[in-house]
Design a protein around this ligand. Structure first.
Ligand code: FDA
Length: 305
C-alpha cells in the first residue's frame, strides 16, 4: 500500500458515519432486511435478478455464527414469501471457517437446508487468499454431503485460478468469476491489470466450455463484458448456463445496456447493520476504492477513462 493510499485510508476511517453513509448508500441497500428486499424488488422490476448478502463485523465466537445463520434463514424465508427473484451469498468466515472447518460445514449446511426447502441457490463468496483452499474444500464437503445448489467464486488475480477453473469445470460447478477485491502478496496474485484481464478470460473460457458448469461473469469492466458476450456467442452457451453479475450501484448505465441486449443480469445487494464496518474494511483491504468514495462524496460521479 503506498504512503498516499495509507494516508487516505487513515483519513477516511475518521470520517463521521453520516458522511461515510453518503457514499455507502450507493452500494449498500440499507441497515435492515426490509431495505434489501425493497432494493431487490426494484431491481426485479428492471429485469435484474439479485443476490442478497448480510453485512457484518468479523465473527469471533459460535454465538455470532448462530446469529448469521438465523439472519440468512430469515432472509431466505422473506425472499420466498415476497416471491422475489433472488438467491443468497454467504461469507464462509462469517460461518466460522477461521474457527473450525466442522463449525463452518455445520453452519452452511443449516443455511443450505433452509434454502433447499425453497429450491434456492446459495453461493459461497470468496474472501482473501488465506481461506481460498479452505473455501474450496468447504464447497467440496458440501457437495459430498449431497448439496447440489451451492456454488463458489474464483478470483482471476490469483495465480492458481486457471488450475482451479479446470478442476471446477470437471466437477460441473456453479462458479462466479471475478477479478478479486483483496490486497494480496505478489507470490499468490497477479498485480498487472492486463494480466488479471487475460487470466479472467482464460478461466472464463474453460468454465463456459464445460457443459455442466453454470457461470456468473462478475465484472463492470466493459472490455471483459465485451469478450464475455463474444465467448458466450461463439461457444453457443445458452442463457440457462451463464449470467452477468454486477454490484449494486456500480455503472447502472452499462448494466441496463447488457440487460437490453437480452443477457441475464444479477445484482449483488448487500445490506445490514454492519454497513459501516464493511465499508471501512473494504477500504482498508483495497484503498483503490477510496478514489470511488472520494469522488462520490465530492459529487464528481464515476471516473472517466
Ligand atoms: P475494475 O476494477 O477494473 O472496474 C471496472 C470499472 O468499474 C471501472 O471503471 C471502475 O471504476 C468501476 N468500478 C468497479 N468497482 C467499483 C465500485 N465498487 N464503485 C464504483 N465503480 C467501480 N471479489 C472477491 O474477492 N470475492 C467475491 O466473492 C466477490 N464477489 C463479487 C460479486 C459480484 C456480483 C461482483 C460484481 C464483484 C464481486 N467481487 C468479489 C469484486 C470483484 O472482485 C472486483 O473487485 C470488482 O468487481 C471490481 O472489478 P471489475 O471487474 O469491475 O474491474
Amino acid at each position: 500500500m503506498s504512503r498516499r493510499n495509507r494516508a487516505l485510508v487513515a483519513l477516511l476511517t475518521k470520517i463521521p458515519r453520516p458522511l461515510v453513509w453518503m457514499f455507502a448508500r450507493n452500494y449498500i441497500a440499507g441497515p435492515a432486511l426490509d431495505d434489501g428486499l425493497r432494493v431487490v424488488r426494484e431491481l426485479n422490476g428492471k429485469g435484474c435478478r439479485a443476490t442478497m448478502d448480510v453485512l457484518g463485523e468479523d465473527v469471533f465466537n459460535e454465538a455470532e455464527v448462530r446469529a448469521y445463520v438465523d439472519a440468512y434463514k430469515e432472509m431466505i424465508r422473506r425472499i420466498v414469501e415476497e416471491r422475489l427473484d433472488a438467491n443468497i451469498s454467504v461469507k464462509p468466515t462469517a460461518m466460522g471457517l477461521k474457527m473450525s472447518r466442522e463449525l463452518a460445514l455445520e453452519a452452511v449446511s443449516e443455511v443450505l437446508d433452509e434454502a433447499a426447502r425453497h429450491g434456492m441457490f446459495v453461493r459461497l463468496d470468496m474472501e482473501d487468499s488465506s481461506v481460498t483452499e479452505a473455501t474450496l474444500r468447504l464447497w467440496r464437503d458440501l457437495r459430498a454431503k449431497g448439496y447440489e445448489r451451492v456454488g463458489v467464486v474464483l478470483q482471476s488475480y490469483l495465480r492458481r485460478t486457471l488450475v482451479d477453473a479446470r478442476e471446477l469445470a470437471a466437477e460441473g460447478a456453479s462458479v462466479r468469476l471475478c477479478k478479486g477485491i483483496y490486497i494480496e502478496p505478489r507470490a499468490v496474485a497477479y498485480d498487472d491489470f492486463w494480466t488479471i484481464r487475460d487470466s479472467f478470460l482464460d478461466a472464463l473460457e474453460v468454465l463456459l466450455r464445460a457443459d455442466r458448469c453454470q457461470v456468473g461473469i462478475a465484472t463492470h469492466d466493459e472490455w471483459l463484458i465485451f469478450h464475455g458476450r463474444r465467448l458466450v456467442r461463439e461457444l453457443g452457451v445458452g442463457t440457462d448456463r451463464y449470467e452477468f453479475q454486477m454490484l449494486l450501484g456500480v455503472d447502472e448505465f452499462l448494466r441496463d445496456l447488457v440487460v437490453a441486449e437480452g443477457h441475464p443480469m444479477r445484482i449483488y445487494v448487500p445490506f445490514g447493520e454492519g454497513w459501516h464496518g464493511y465499508s471501512i474494511r473494504r477500504l482498508v483491504e483495497n484503498p483503490r476504492l477510496a478514489a470511488h468514495i472520494t469522488r462520490a462524496v465530492l459529487g464528481l460521479g464515476p471516473r472517466q477513462k
